[in-house]
Design a protein around this ligand. Structure first.
Ligand code: SF4
Length: 325
């Protein structure tokens, strides 16, 4: 690991000022320290934000508020999260290992870097760690890579399970930076790779995530997160689906779906949602709607299987929402 300077912020203002001057935020450190050890990340200055009062988990009216420094394990186990939005708890429990969940924060989870193996190989062409150098995955091994939102410059999937659930549930986030505070949809945090895959999010220099706000909505009890992976724990998704349905009698009034493991960012499945609204939930309806998820897909030879696995996972996740209704 290369040498770096570590400072501790006592207030958000101190942290933001340090970041605006070039420091990187560090909280749980579960991604950043790992990448610093491999010298993929080389920050010269870190600002420790663990002392900031941003770990609160609370309910405000019909909104669940998750502080950016709340630990994944604390959020997953919190009774209000399990009561109001169990989909959030389910997505967190499916992510990482218990030890990592005890350290990793909500804000850090959303900003974690990709798990493309070439991203960690300093001698492999990778437009994320060396812009303009090329993409080793496109002509190399890419079974775990994206089929949606890809470009000729990067095909890596976004790794967060939590982000998939938050995007499906129309969560918003509040950030604070040198220019003040602003709020926006979590869905708007993530960029497509295009020809600048090293730019992964829309935060401005120095901006700090303060909290994530999840509307409770009417779909919370009929919602599930289904993750398909090579082994049962501590593994990234081949395909995952967050599905939430609001019913009016036997008719689907509102559908919210997003997928992970298939897109270069958490992937909202709006065509699938639109095809479900107004229909009675049955397998045929689910199967017809699920096919729309892959209409825009651009698979490569090793990840072609996701064209079939994604619709199947959508159908099963939708069926599972009925099992908890
Ligand atoms: Fe790098 Fe993206 Fe290509 Fe992986 S897929 S090698 S992260 S540019």
């Amino acid at each position: 690991m290369l040498p770096f300077v570590l400072e501790k912020a006592k207030t958000a203002e101190e942290a933001i000022a340090a970041a605006a001057a070039g420091a990187r935020f560090i909280a749980g450190g579960t991604t950043l320290v790992d990448l610093m050890r491999e010298e993929v990340e080389r920050p010269e200055r870190l600002v420790d934000i663990n002392a900031l009062p941003l770990a609160d988990i609370r309910v405000e009216g019909d909104v669940l508020v998750l502080g950016a420094l709340a630990r994944m394990s604390d959020v997953a186990a919190h009774p209000d999260v399990q009561r109001i939005q169990p989909l959030i708890a389910e997505s967190l429990i499916e992510g990482a290992s218990p030890q990592l969940r005890n350290m990793a924060t909500i804000g850090g989870n959303l900003l974690q870097r990709v798990r493309c193996p070439y991203f960690r190989m300093l001698d492999a062409p990778c437009n994320k760690h060396e812009p303009g150098s090329g993409c080793a995955a496109i002509d190399g091994l890419h079974a775990g890579h994206a089929i949606l939102g890809t470009s000729n410059h990067c095909i890596a999937t976004h790794p967060s399970d939590l982000a998939v659930a938050l995007v499906a549930l129309d969560a918003t986030m509040r950030v604070s930076g040198p220019q003040g505070e602003r709020s926006f949809a979590v869905d708007d945090l993530f960029r497509l790779p295009g020809d600048t895959p090293h730019l992964e999010h829309t935060l401005l220099p120095g901006e700090l995530i303060m909290e994530v706000r999840v509307p409770a909505g009417g779909s919370s009890r009929r919602a599930r997160y289904l993750k398909v992976r090579d082994r049962a724990s501590y593994e990234f998704a081949l395909v995952s689906v967050a599905a939430a349905l609001s019913m009016e009698g036997r008719v689907i009034r509102q559908a919210r779906l997003a997928a992970g493991g298939v897109g270069t960012r958490p992937w909202r499945l709006r065509p699938v949602e639109e095809a479900l609204i107004g229909k009675a939930p049955d397998r045929q309806v689910f199967e017809a709607a699920a096919q729309l998820a892959v209409r825009e897909a651009r698979p490569l030879p090793h990840n072609h299987y996701k064209l079939e696995l994604l619709p199947r996972t959508i159908v099963r996740a939708l069926e599972m929402t009925g099992e908890v209704a």
